[in-house]
Design a protein around this ligand. Structure first.
Ligand code: BLA
Length: 480
């Protein structure tokens, strides 16, 4: 057998997914140079989709395929924008050998080229979401009162519209891993709600892709990529940037990842928060499934509306929290304005002091006297905690916060049920007057989708990266 190789998850960030040199097989692609509109690239499956061989098309004028009107309208294509060129009957293309097939055309820029995706129009159910259904889904978002409830409405709505058998809202942490925060799934599937996944599952360039192009789809994870061909005479070696193509061939590592997860098709929608990717709406289907232009347009609209609402709900939630703190702070200042010694006043206001930071215990030390309120380990241990906290390097302000006292000093481990998180405010450094807030340990269990340290593996000889094969629940608990 092979020796296990230490796998560096940074390797996942190296693959240039925007220039795969290939597309997915359910459509075809042409690239042209806007000066003269001659065709410079085409996908090798052109004959199957359009009925014309690559050889007969490379080097000819775009108008001879799409007609002069569609070619003319390309002059209005703005940078970074996509443009629908409407539908084309394949049998109307001169020399085409494909009878009675309608293609949906959409154009986009790629460097100094203009490319066109050709997608066969499909008549199966689910491809054309009724407009009133989309409107009622968007309407339902009005009742969201928090980001979580919005995500729940979004996955339910997207599942109704798309019919995929699992739809998830996936939220990124600040550090890159993420978790499933809402889910709608077919009854026979196991729930993945709450599962966490390591950052390398969706590396940086994949996250960037969903900021540039909100919607992406894989029709069948077992597909064979279709290479792009270029005309020999045109000496065209620049790789085509397929960021904006709906047909872009995805990373082979990710295709294998999908197979290992047991999903054939995916439809993914980026959720943005300002310039950042907040998360994704991820749809899975066990059987292959093409997400056509209409479904993708509906998914795009849902993504835009959810992104906007996420921002305002976030503001509303933090506004409500700020308001509550202001009220509490007001209660405390009101108490302090009475003719009463500071220590007594703080003692009388201890309920508000606890509420202010959501603590369960507080020790107030003024003039060398320590008084404890709520759940605390008593004045002696509290003084010990203060001494240890005061030795923590500070960055200038008067607050010191730690989230696990036992990590600072193991002697505090036995008090974890009362005091594990601590916040120290120094009122007067010379007099050693302080307020110490305490919270009990909340040990946390995280269920990962597979061993998060396994990431994937690298074959040193071939350089091939393989994603992990098991996504079975992997339970990790964090104490302290
Ligand atoms: C892409 N990985 C993705 C995408 C998702 C995930 C959502 C975006 C494309 C898509 O939706 O199909 C991951 N999918 C998940 C996760 C869940 C899910 C976490 O449903 C959880 C429920 N992947 C690996 C390793 C590497 C890797 C080891 O496991 C790198 C070596 C890379 N993932 C990878 C790459 C892409 C990707 C390169 C971009 C694929 C592309 O668009 O070309």
């Amino acid at each position: 057998g092979k020796l296990p190789v230490v796998f560096d998850p940074d390797l996942c960030e190296r693959e240039a997914i925007h220039i795969p040199g290939a597309i997915q097989p359910h459509g075809a692609l042409l690239a042209t140079r806007p000066s003269g509109w001659r065709i410079t690239h085409c996908s090798a499956n052109l004959a199957e989709i359009l009925g014309r061989t690559p050889h007969s098309v490379l080097g000819t004028h775009l108008a001879s395929i799409v007609g002069p009107a569609a070619q003319g309208s390309l002059r209005d294509l703005r940078p970074y924008a996509k443009m629908s060129l409407g539908r084309l009957a394949a049998d109307a293309v001169p020399g085409s050998a494909v009878p009675r097939r309608t293609l949906q055309l959409s154009a986009f820029h790629s460097g100094d080229r203009v490319c066109i995706d050709f997608e066969p129009v499909r008549l199966d159910a689910g491809q054309q979401p009724p407009e009133d259904l989309l409107r009622s889904v968007l309407d339902s978002f009005k009742s969201a009162t928090s980001q979580d409830s919005l995500c729940a409405l979004a996955v339910a709505g997207l599942q109704t519209i798309s019919g995929y058998d699992r739809v998830m809202a996936y939220r990124f942490d600040r550090t890159g891993p993420g978790s499933v925060v809402a889910e709608a799934h077919a009854p026979h599937l196991e729930s993945w709600l709450g599962r966490r996944y390591p950052a390398s599952d969706i590396p940086a360039q994949a996250r960037r892709q969903y900021m540039l192009q909100r919607v992406g789809a894989v029709a069948d994870s077992r597909y064979e990529p279709v290479p792009l061909l270029t005309g020999r005479r045109l000496e065209d070696a620049t790789p085509l940037d397929l960021t904006y193509s709906a047909l872009r061939s995805v990373s082979p590592v990710h295709r294998e990842f999908m197979c290992n997860m047991g999903t054939a098709a995916s439809l993914t929608v980026g959720l943005s928060h300002g310039p950042d990717l907040w998360g994704l709406l991820i749809c899975h289907h066990a059987a292959p499934r093409v997400a056509g232009p209409d479904l993708r347009a509906a998914a795009d609209l849902i993504g835009q509306v959810v992104s906007l609402l996420l921002g305002s709900l976030n503001e509303a939630e933090s506004f409500a929290a700020r308001n509550a703190s202001q009220t509490t702070l007001h209660d405390i200042t009101e108490r302090l304005s009475r003719p009463e010694a500071l220590a007594e006043a703080l003692g009388h206001a201890h309920t508000a002091l606890l509420r202010l930071v959501g603590a369960t215990g507080v020790a107030v030390r003024i003039g060398g006297v320590c008084r404890c309120y709520g759940q605390t380990p008593g004045p002696v241990v509290a003084a010990d905690i203060v001494t240890v906290l005061q030795a923590v390097p500070r960055t200038g302000n008067d607050l010191i916060a730690v989230d696990g006292l036992s990590r600072l000093d193991p002697k505090f481990a036995s008090f974890a049920a009362i005091a594990s998180g601590a916040l120290l405010l120094t009122l007067d450094a010379a007099a050693e007057d302080v307020i110490l807030w305490l919270r009990p340990e909340r040990s946390r269990t995280t269920t990962w989708g597979g061993n998060p340290d396994a990431h994937g593996s690298l074959d040193r000889e071939t350089g091939r990266i393989t994603p992990r094969t098991s996504f079975a629940a992997w339970i990790q608990s964090i104490a302290g």
